[in-house]
Design a protein around this ligand. Sequence first.
Ligand SMILES: *[C@@H]1O[C@H](CO)[C@@H](O)[C@H](O)[C@H]1NC(C)=O
Ligand SMILES: *[C@@H]1O[C@H](CO)[C@@H](O)[C@H](O)[C@H]1NC(C)=O
Ligand SMILES: *[C@@H]1O[C@H](CO)[C@@H](O)[C@H](O)[C@H]1NC(C)=O
Length: 358
Amino acid sequence: MVTVEAWSFGFVLLWFSTLSYYYPVHAADDTNSSLGASFIFGDSLVDAGNNNYLSTLSRANIPPNGIDFKASGGNPTGRYTNGRTIGDIVGEELGIPNYAVPYLAPNSTGRAILYGVNRLGLDIQIDFFNNTRKQFDALLGASKAKDYISKRSIFSITIGANDFLNNYLLPVLSIGARISQSPDAFIDDMISHFRNQLTRLYQLDARKFVVGNVGPIGCIPYQKTINQLNENECVDLANKLAIQYNGRLKDLLTEMNGKLPGSVFVHANVYDLVLELITNYKQYGFTSASKACCGNGGQFAGIIPCGPTSSMCDDRDKHVFWDPYHPSEAANLIIARQLLNGNTKVISPVNLKQLRNL
Ligand SMILES: *[C@@H]1O[C@H](CO)[C@@H](O)[C@H](O)[C@H]1NC(C)=O
Ligand SMILES: *[C@@H]1O[C@H](CO)[C@@H](O)[C@H](O)[C@H]1NC(C)=O
Ligand SMILES: *[C@@H]1O[C@H](CO)[C@@H](O)[C@H](O)[C@H]1NC(C)=O
């Protein structure tokens, strides 16, 4: 939920689905818990397994993904990490009784597979939520449903990293986009599109929002490997784009807070959080912030995504990165706790515990 973030999947050449949506199965029958539902929109950083159901080569439902995920007995679920995602951890701490299931699971209501899409963008995720929203009306009655969505639900949105990693920065495929669009124009488009998407969610009664900015994508093993960097270097262009976008995103959230009555848009500063973790990794108990624990290729195991034939490190909780793109559960835990309890440098105007209690 924080985009929570920054890490996305970027496989070579083909372009795959990394977007996901968590369906709050227990939302309707658990109206007494302090937080009702956590709706998570975004990319592979927070995917609970939607990619399992899409025609995509980007899969995390293969071992050893999930090896430390107790809820599945160590079996892969589609989460792109060894254990819990940031969304899982935040949900636990806020008192949501069950882990989210992927919206696209055959027994849930999304069925995007019927659309034949292999990339589930945020627009479609919001369409799905529009359907879910109607089911809430049917289950709870219109007025209770509105209360539940607006007061007891948190909407977390994590996007952006893919637009840079798999589009703007991708060699070959992005040349067209890069030639025809300056970074300014590209980011302008992203921001105005995002403004519309947030407004749609508001129209569907969402009021408590958490929006993660883009992390230091120039520091992920994938980018470090393909650019042949040294251990403590990051890719300058990638990080500069992220910083430029993040500045505009912060302004957008301020604008939305002023414009949409009754809304709270919380800004999660994932960029600074993750950069701190990478820079001072030893202080946090890690031994590596550059090499993927599970992956293959190049100095940082950053080319081939994690799968059964990958090499895997022994000390998974000592690596900031699980695979070429995504943090380990140990890193997710640190990031999640900062988002839950952190100060305004990290998350503002309120942290997630405070947001829940508003
Ligand atoms: C919710 O709270 C009400 C009133 O306190 C109680 O009657 C009801 O049984 C509770 N429902 C659940 C599912 O715990
Ligand atoms: C959906 O199916 C999965 C896998 O079969 C199962 O674990 C989960 O409990 C099911 N969810 C619901 C709401 O039935
Ligand atoms: C939700 O769906 C209805 C049609 O069922 C449509 O009229 C409405 O514009 C949609 N709302 C949003 C915000 O997409």
